[in-house]
Design a protein around this ligand. Structure first.
Ligand code: BDR
Ligand code: CA
Length: 313
């Protein structure tokens, strides 16, 4: 079993990934930490608590984190993609539980330090919580097992600007700190998530009559699908955040490259992620100074999409 902390801004595709994290037999979900991004952080926390409750997993702690980016002015939540409630504007049941009293960053520090070398951080929203955890305890990089991040794009282009992926664009300064901190890290970005499609046929297997969690997953999917029709011209949607879990449990379905990442923090290209492949000696050495990381560049999209659909149903 992989002990994980799942850092998230739910969000329709986050909700799918959370459902997998809560139920998959090979994952031990130690906690959900929340950030603004697809929605305000209070809404993200409410959704995380609700999803855990609907899965019968209210034993899983939820700790609230970043309400805004480290430096830049906050970009408004994309209500046309995720709905104003983050879950496709479907009617939601009442939440019973409450959040952990600790901040997300403190929760991450405490949990990793209690199990040195064991915990994987999976982050699928803007990276303010991981940046804050590093600030609280810079030695964390020695005790985290690995960090898996959904975000960025090397060759695919962006989804918020022509060059920037949403999680990087929402807090490029935090992303820069986290991606260059020197911990074992894999980036799962648009280069692979745009090759994966959760189709209506896949979602038909998630039977909304089975229970409230299935109703939320099916209902929010129906809303999210419209964006992918207009943005990518596909029938279905990209299960970005679940791809990070697919990488963790099924790495053989991906190909990676190792190299040095730079996140552009200002100007028209803010949020762009640039990879300098390891071993290539660029004349301008600033492009190869950051500690090396692994970046997913290729994927068996059909196999990953089928794996996600299986894990959801
Ligand atoms: C990422 O941005 C968010 O909107 C999604 O939840 C995902 O984490 C995709 O660019
Ligand atoms: Ca997300």
């Amino acid at each position: 079993k992989h002990p994980i902390i799942f850092d998230t801004d739910p969000g329709v595709d986050d909700a799918q990934a959370i459902a997998i994290a809560l139920r998959h037999p090979e994952l031990e979900l130690l906690g959900l930490t929340t950030t603004y991004g697809n929605v305000d952080v209070e809404v993200a926390t409410r959704n995380a608590l609700l999803l855990a409750q609907l899965a019968g997993r209210d034993d899983v702690p939820v700790a609230q984190g970043a309400a805004s980016p480290l430096v830049k002015t906050r970009f408004p939540p994309p209500a046309h993609i995720h709905g104003t409630n983050g879950l496709g504007d479907i009617v939601l049941p009442e939440v019973q539980g409450t959040a952990d009293p600790r901040s997300a960053a403190q929760f991450i520090v405490d949990t990793v330090n209690a199990r040195p070398g064991e915990v994987t951080l999976v982050a699928v929203g803007p990276l303010g919580n991981l940046a804050a955890a590093l600030q609280l305890d810079p030695t964390l990089i020695e005790r985290v097992k690995q960090v898996v991040i959904m975000g960025g794009s090397i060759r695919e282009g962006g989804n918020v600007t022509p060059v920037a992926e949403a999680n990087m664009f929402n807090d490029p300064h935090a992303a820069s700190r986290v991606l260059t901190a020197g911990w074992p890290l894999t980036l799962v970005g648009l280069d692979v998530t745009h090759r994966c499609v959760l189709t209506p046929a896949h979602m038909a297997r998630v039977d909304a009559s089975q229970g409230e969690l299935e109703r939320v997953l099916a209902g929010s999917y129906a809303f999210y699908r419209d964006f992918y029709q207009s943005f990518l011209g596909i029938d279905g949607c990209c299960p970005h955040d679940s791809c990070a879990l697919a990488w963790l449990l099924k790495p053989e379905l991906f190909t990676t490259a190792r190299g040095h990442l730079t996140v552009i923090t200002d100007g028209d290209a803010e949020g762009q992620t640039i990879l300098a492949p390891e071993g290539r000696a660029f004349i301008a050495t600033r492009w190869s100074r950051t500690p090396p990381v692994d970046v997913c560049l290729g994927v068996n999209g059909n196999a990953v999409s089928d794996w996600i659909a299986d894990a959801l149903s």
